[in-house]
Write a protein that binds this ligand. Structure first.
Ligand SMILES: Nc1ncnc2c1ncn2[C@@H]1O[C@H](COP(=O)(O)OP(=O)(O)OP(=O)(O)O)[C@@H](O)[C@H]1O
Ligand SMILES: [Mg+2]
Length: 407
């Protein structure tokens, strides 16, 4: 039996020992049994809140994790995905059979995104995982080579291990602190990218801001002949605290292949948001934006709720990219039986009315007007003409549905 202590950093900056995770070693099929229980200290704290309001309600009972990983989803949310897991495993030379979720959390310690830290013993010393902004070019070069399996200078690799092994997602990234102390996620290109993804994502974020979405601050930095996208971290607070994060995938208990819809997220917001009206409008706006720009990679880990000083709320929008993989179908279905291809304006309006969105027509106009400018904006962000031409059919399709009154 392995035990991990879970510590929560509060938005105001304090730390609370909030619970314990117990896990068995994996059986022959790789299944782990595990459970979580809140500490008495946490339960008696007036600021205590459920880390996962669906699966981990506050209470003294031990709660089994009914997942093969042996760990509740909210803890796995703290772990990186493909890119960060590869770095973490390389950094600590963790053999494949030992790359289990509980083990990776032990190695992640206090470096993960969000407000949770994990300790197996008396406490690993906290090491700030962020690299300085002056190291950006060096980290980019190391990331490109590591990602492509090419040799990397030992010192650079060690530095990349520290700043790159905590952020999530499939693509290469690193945590960066600028000279003013602001903390960013740097999103790097890959050697075999078929599109200039970072420039495209920056242009899309600009269109999102212009369409009224809540988006973190972002900027493009040139490093040699490549572009890096910096997105400000929304899990950090100005008072050196953290906002606890939980993905919609975890809230909805959606592991593996799932078949879910934007309506499932509207339900979660209605149940758990401290500002349900505002967040319902925001999710509707994001759904319409994803339809218009053809962001088909709208999977449930690309949506999250944050626990801020006012309670749970929808996080700012992130990972907004048009259909560079030519999927056509969205990962999520649209409500009202519309399926995985976005519906026209009429049905979108009906969806807005069903969820009591304030003025869905106005939101659709905002999004339409902003996304209509996409070619000029992408050019301003130095997206190559070839990329613009290849994205044109998908974005035109998205825009024309939003403009059409008929369906
Ligand atoms: N600004 C931010 N602040 C804090 N956490 C963030 C921020 N942006 C993204 N994240 C977290 O980092 C994870 C990875 O980011 P993102 O989704 O942008 O990367 P990606 O590699 O493009 O993802 P994917 O695997 O979906 O292609 C997200 O799932 C989210 O948990
Ligand atoms: Mg993502």
């Amino acid at each position: 039996m392995q035990k991990l202590n879970v510590v929560l950093t509060l938005p105001g900056g304090g730390h609370l020992s909030c619970g314990e995770i117990f896990t068995t070693t994996p059986d022959a099929r790789g299944r782990i049994q595990g459970s979580f229980r809140y500490t008495k200290e946490y339960l008696s704290n007036p600021g205590a809140f459920p880390l996962d309001p669906v699966h981990l309600p506050l209470g003294a009972a031990e709660i089994e994790a009914d997942r093969p990983q042996g760990i509740h989803g909210v803890f796995e949310d703290a772990l990186p995905d493909d890119w960060g897991r590869a770095l973490l495993s390389a950094k600590y030379r963790i053999p494949r059979a030992e790359q289990t979720v509980p083990n990776l959390l032990k190695f992640l310690g206090a470096s993960g995104l969000g407000a949770l830290s994990f300790y197996s013993g008396k406490g690993n010393a906290y090491v700030d995982p962020s690299a300085g902004i002056h190291d950006l070019s060096r980290m980019l070069a190391a990331a490109l080579n590591f990602d492509a399996g090419l040799p990397v200078d030992e010192n650079d690799l060690n530095a990349l291990f520290i700043c790159g092994s905590s952020p999530g997602g499939a693509r290469p990234k690193a945590l960066i602190k600028d000279n003013d102390g602001r903390q960013w996620i740097a999103k790097f290109p890959r050697l075999n990218d078929r599109y200039h993804v970072e420039a495209i994502e920056a242009g899309t974020l600009w269109l999102a801001v212009n369409a009224g979405l809540n988006v973190p601050d972002f900027s493009i930095r040139k490093a040699g002949n490549r572009s890096v996208l910096l997105v400000e971290r929304f899990d950090m607070t100005p008072s050196c605290g953290r906002n606890h994060m939980i993905s919609m995938q975890t809230l909805l208990g959606a592991d593996g292949y799932y078949n879910m819809s934007y309506s499932d997220m509207f339900v979660m917001i209605n149940k758990f948001s401290s500002k349900p009206r505002k967040d319902t409008d925001a999710l509707f706006r994001q759904m319409v934006f994803n339809a218009a720009i053809s962001n088909t990679d709208d999977h449930l880990k690309n949506f999250a709720m944050l626990y801020t000083e006012s309670g749970f709320c929808l996080s700012p929008a992130y990972d907004l990219v048009p259909d560079i993989y030519h999927n056509r179908e969205h990962r999520l279905s649209f409500p009202q039986g519309a399926g995985t291809l976005p519906p026209g304006r009429k049905i979108l309006e009906r969806i807005g009315n069903v969820y009591k969105v304030s003025n869905p027509g106005r939101i659709m106009d905002d999004v339409y007007q902003s996304v209509s400018r996409w070619q000029d904006v992408f050019e301003e962000y130095d997206v190559p003409e070839k990329d613009i031409q290849r994205l044109e059919p998908a974005i035109s399709r998205g825009l024309s549905r939003l403009g059409s009154q008929t369906k």
